[in-house]
Design a protein around this ligand. Structure first.
Ligand SMILES: Cc1cc2nc3c(=O)[nH]c(=O)nc-3n(C[C@H](O)[C@H](O)[C@H](O)COP(=O)(O)O)c2cc1C
Length: 405
């Protein structure tokens, strides 16, 4: 159990006034709980998945990218045509696409979706994975390249006359005017937790993203990125995106039973994948985001109201892997704790992917939105966080450790 905080009705100064929801899109029914041996797209499933996100009230969906994944641009274009409102976030590694071509593809997606495109720039967290597609730059250089890439993207979208560029990584002549986005430049997000990621993200990104971390640690990281943004003379700070893998059930106790069952299955899947899984993660991840997640998992299994790190520990923190465990009310309250620290984009994706996307849309999103609406209407916090204490109350800790060896 952690010390119970005081839930003052005053809205914290650091709180984000709005929150929008993201969920990563899955292309087929294979999950970490129940792996189905297929690498392909199950079109019927994918259609259902993205429509469920839209119906569930999500705002964005991330189309991830890896050397063995489907192409995120092509999938994003399909999302655009299968939905009316959901905004596709294309994960893009600069090494895969020349920046003026990247700008052209993103502007095309933005036009095809009437202004819904977002790009998430991935500088690359593993040298071995980068080498699979011919990228041999060390990580700090990859981030320097991302920085130059952002400049070229924005100029390609906004310059009214042809321009030339002669930078450290890219050189071209007489490009433009490029194909323009629908109404405004496409928002640019940065993923990564290394010093270089902070530097580029703080100076240039519209959005800076994290995997779920303990509240105080996340707040210091937000201050760090904001400090860099201010030092760069920015008046608009990057929006903060934080990602979780919630495990919910009707009560906290039932959610914990599910969590223990899930972590055993996820661990078995990861172990069964053996060297295939390690091919993408390695024994010791090189990306700082995963290193941080593993360090938190080593320090404690449980943090704050509902953050659980065991799911990260059993998967070597490959990708977003920290959970929020509890009833919909407890998980919504935990999400609000992050909103209070400054997160305005919350990504949630479960282990039972499609069923969880539907459940969050039904039971979690409305609670968070109701609290935000209450705050707007009254200028005060509502009672959700004070009433659903999760780990700040004694019984939650007992459920969390029940069934443990
Ligand atoms: C929300 C989020 C989404 C991410 N999506 C991807 C992805 O689709 N593909 C990928 O290779 N890395 C992805 N990453 C990982 C990092 O961006 C990547 O490892 C980073 O470029 C280097 O890590 P570092 O700066 O933490 O060392 C994502 C990271 C975050 C925070």
């Amino acid at each position: 159990m952690t010390t119970e905080p005081v839930f003052d009705a005053a809205i914290p100064e650091t709180a984000a006034p709005e929150v929008e929801f993201i969920s990563l899109s899955h292309l087929n029914p294979s999950t970490e709980l129940n792996p189905v041996p297929s690498r392909g797209i199950d079109l019927k499933y994918f259609r259902r998945y993205v429509r469920s996100l839209e119906e569930g009230g999500y705002d964005y969906t991330l189309l991830p990218y890896g050397s063995n994944s489907a192409d995120s641009f092509v999938v994003a274009s399909a999302v655009g045509q299968l939905t009316e409102r959901l905004r596709p976030i294309v994960a893009l590694r600069p090494n895969t696409t020349f920046p003026t071509v990247g700008a052209q593809k993103l502007a095309t997606l933005d036009q095809l979706t009437e202004g819904r495109a977002v790009v998430h720039l991935i500088s690359g967290g593993s040298d071995a994975e980068q080498a699979r597609q011919g990228d041999y730059l060390p990580k700090e250089k990859r981030y320097a390249r991302t920085s130059e890439y952002i400049d070229v993207l924005r100029r390609s979208w906004t310059e009214a006359a042809p321009f030339s560029h002669d930078g450290e990584f890219y050189k071209f002549d007489d490009f433009g005017p490029g194909f323009a986005p629908y109404a405004a430049p496409v928002p640019i997000s940065i993923g990564g937790q290394s010093d270089e990621a902070f530097q580029v993200g703080g100076e240039k990104a519209d959005i800076f993203s994290f995997w779920g971390e303990p509240l105080d640690d996340l707040r210091s990281e937000i201050e760090r990125v904001n400090g860099i943004a201010r030092a760069a003379g920015r008046t608009t700070l990057p929006r903060i995106w934080v990602t979780f893998r919630p495990i919910i059930a009707q009560t906290d106790q039932l959610a914990w039973e599910k969590a223990h069952e899930y972590v055993a299955k996820v661990a078995a899947t990861f172990a069964a994948a053996g060297s295939a899984a390690r091919r993408f993660v390695g024994n010791a991840p090189q990306n700082v985001g995963s290193q941080r997640a593993l360090a938190f998992a080593n320090r404690s299994e449980l943090y704050d109201r509902a953050l659980w790190t065991k799911t990260a520990a059993v998967t070597n923190a490959a990708g977003a892997s920290t959970a929020l465990v509890g009833s919909p009310e407890t998980v919504a309250a935990a999400i609000l704790d992050y909103v209070d620290r400054g997160a305005s984009l919350v990504s949630i994706r479960g282990y039972d992917t499609l069923a969880d996307a539907v459940d969050y849309g039904r039971y979690v999103l409305p609670l968070v939105r109701q609290e935000i609406a209450h705050r707007k209407a009254t200028g005060r916090r509502g009672t959700l966080q004070a009433e659903h204490l999760g780990n700040y109350a004694p019984e939650y800790g007992q459920y969390a450790t029940a069934g443990q060896p």
